[in-house]
Ligand binder design. Structure first.
Ligand SMILES: C[S@@+](CC[C@H](N)C(=O)[O-])C[C@H]1O[C@@H](n2cnc3c(N)ncnc32)[C@H](O)[C@@H]1O
Length: 257
């Protein structure tokens, strides 16, 4: 659930019937800002993060997104089952957005957190809304990082990675997932979620095939998987996802990319 204490925003979603024709990356909302109603695509994260509380109000409250909680708790439960102290982990939160996942990781005892996101707006929002949650938060393309940022990221020696609500739909591609994954130590822990239709997709360039290969070739060892409703669409339809917790056993070989 959203924990940010901000003013309520006047929010409008497309009428449910109209929303029924929109795919996940076409959905929009309208929000009253400075007396004007502005339309924002739900995948225009930069615009959403620029308005304090909008991400929480749209996704967590209105569209009932519980993924940060579900993935955070699944990771916490697996650590507990494996008798691993959460405080022994340093987690790279990849596609960290404004920090909702970091908050859930801290709630299960993983409080050494490094944020990484493509957008400076995400970093600015996390520092604005959840100051002190991340030890460091980097903004940039992980496949083309500023050399100083890369050195610093490597020096953090993260031994866990989370990636929530950020794979597929033109967000994080497999190559970027692999680059972030390879910043994490082996053995390590990984927790992420993915829409069911991407997992089942037979496209060899897609995430389903990529994750399948990571599991088959012992790069990843799955510990737990749950199917659940990530959120509802603007038309009120459930969007089904898988949350996966796995142990990292090795880097993704560079020749896979
Ligand atoms: C729906 S938000 C999820 C944010 C956060 N993980 C959460 O669950 O609240 C998706 C995030 O992925 C980030 N993202 C998209 N493409 C990315 C990329 N190639 N590398 C890193 N982050 C990316 C976006 O900027 C955005 O912050």
């Amino acid at each position: 659930m959203a924990t940010l204490d901000t003013q309520r925003l006047e929010l409008y979603l497309p009428p449910r019937a109209a929303g029924g024709g929109l795919d996940q990356d076409e959905e929009w909302c309208e929000v009253e800002l400075d007396g004007e109603r502005r339309r924002i695509l739900l995948h225009d994260y930069a615009a959403i993060f620029n308005v304090p509380g909008l991400y929480e109000q749209v996704f967590a409250e209105t569209l009932e997104c519980d993924s940060p909680l579900i993935v955070g708790q699944l990771l916490g439960a697996e650590l507990n089952a494996a008798d691993v102290d959460p405080a022994s982990l340093k987690a790279l939160d990849f596609g960290a957005g404004n920090g909702m996942v970091g908050e859930q990781l801290a709630a299960v005892g993983i409080d050494s957190l490094i944020g990484l996101d493509l957008l400076t707006e995400a970093r600015d929002a996390a520092l604005r809304d959840r100051p002190g949650l991340y030890e460091e938060y980097y903004a940039g393309d992980v496949t083309d990082l500023d050399p100083d940022d890369r050195r610093e990221l490597e020096a953090h020696d993260c031994n866990a990675m989370t990636c929530v609500a950020a794979l597929g739909f033109g967000d994080i591609p497999p190559a970027a997932f692999a680059a972030a994954f390879n910043l994490v130590a082996s053995p390590g822990w990984v927790a992420f979620n993915l829409r069911d239709r991407f997992i089942d997709d037979a496209d060899p360039a897609g995430f389903g095939a990529f994750i399948g290969r990571m599991l088959e070739e012992d790069v990843l060892e799955e510990q737990a998987r749950v199917s659940y409703t990530h959120r509802v669409s603007v038309a009120g339809e459930p969007l089904e996802y898988h949350a996966i917790v796995a142990r990292k056993r090795a880097d993704v070989p560079l020749d896979w990319m």
